[in-house]
Ligand binder design. Structure first.
Ligand code: UDP
Length: 334
């Protein structure tokens, strides 16, 4: 199933911009990182996957390890690293991203996005490489403009539990712009909105809402709704997200640009729970818990910039993407 999706992405990315190019993917064993590595290897890029396996999983990349175009470096990007190969492109994707991890690992999250971005930019500067920093819709905080354009400057609580992620990503964006202005590095910043699909973690502290609800529904356990479930998100299937990121990285003349990539179809968490239950045929009840601090009430991107600059828009309907993810999570249950 993942194989079909990888081919699907490469069919939609018509030009082979990364063929024979050397690409460093930090966080390459994570959910999005491992998809990225796999698509790039399929394009005959030379992929260096760097990951400290703190939240990434080795099994996401095991099948790539005997490909001569793939190499794995177990390393924490917040620590200096010397690479022995030339790098043409860098995708700095390393970071824990689940709100459940924000209380547990705030220092590692800060380091990956501040020190880690600094180190990745140093590698970009030395190699004259192009760098894409994966920022987040979280930099908008509790947005007062919905849907949210890239021009919105955000409304973030620096002191709250999400501050470690939101502010570290904001600092990461500012560090990218500093390296562009002072050293001329070709940086691009993508603000990723909620993305889901196979290889997302559903266990323990890692669970984002989609894999958590799917696992709960598959086990007919209560579905855990935080708050009253009226808060909204908009969910992008992983293949759409990866296609958008690679279009952005590949295209010339976008130095210093920031682009939202996500799906603009907004729905409530309650509606998401109902959709997942329906597609699984689950008998799960709903169980209510307090809304975590600073959990944004609404989140939805404006994606006209991605459409205009990259000729990109998401193609996978939520229900279709959920069915693929459910199939994957069902296999994880065994
Ligand atoms: N959520 C929920 N139950 C859960 C996990 C998450 O109701 O078991 C809610 C959470 O409060 C938030 C939304 O689902 O409003 C999305 O949460 P997620 O952890 O995926 O990340 P976020 O979009 O908040 O960064």
């Amino acid at each position: 199933m993942v194989n079909d999706d990888i081919s699907w992405i490469n069919t939609h990315l018509k030009d082979r911009a990364f063929e024979d190019q050397s690409v460093l993917v930090t966080g390459g064993a994570g959910f999005l990182g491992s998809w990225m590595c796999e698509v790039l290897v399929a394009q005959n890029a030379k992929v260096i996957c760097l990951d400290n396996l703190a939240s990434g999983r080795e099994e996401n990349i095991t099948h790539l390890k005997n490909n001569e175009n793939f190499s794995f470096l177990r390393h924490d990007i917040s620590q200096p690293v010397v690479l022995d190969t030339k790098v043409d492109y860098i995708l700095h994707m390393a970071s824990r991203a689940s709100p459940l991890e924000f209380e547990q690992f705030p220092i590692q999250i800060m380091k990956a996005n501040t020190l880690g971005t600094w180190i990745a930019l140093g590698i970009a500067k030395k190699n004259k490489a192009r760098l894409l920093f994966t920022s987040t819709s979280e930099i908008y905080g509790e947005s007062q403009i919905i849907p949210t354009p890239e021009t919105y400057h955000g409304n973030v609580n620096t002191l709250g539990i999400r501050g470690c992620y939101d502010e570290a990503k904001r600092a990461g964006e500012a560090t990218c712009m500093a390296y562009m202005r002072q050293h001329g590095v070709d940086v691009r910043i993508v603000r990723i909105f909620n993305t889901y699909g196979p290889r997302m973690r559903s266990d323990g502290y890692y669970g984002r809402v989609v894999p958590r609800f799917i696992m709960q529904a598959l086990r007919n356990e209560p579905i855990t709704i935080f708050g009253d479930g009226s808060q909204t998100r908009s969910f992008c299937y992983v293949t759409d997200q990866i296609e958008g990121l690679l279009r952005f990285l590949a295209k010339d003349d976008l130095k210093g640009e920031v682009i939202n990539i996500g799906n603009p179809k907004e729905l409530s968490i309650m509606d998401l729970a109902a959709l997942i239950k329906k597609n699984i045929g689950s008998t799960s009840s709903l169980q209510y818990f307090p809304l975590p601090q600073d959990d944004p009430h609404r989140r939805c991107p404006i994606i006209t910039k991605a459409h205009d600059l990259l000729n990109w828009k998401p193609k996978i309907e939520l229900e279709k993407g959920l069915r693929k993810t459910i199939r994957y999570m069902t296999s994880e249950l065994r």
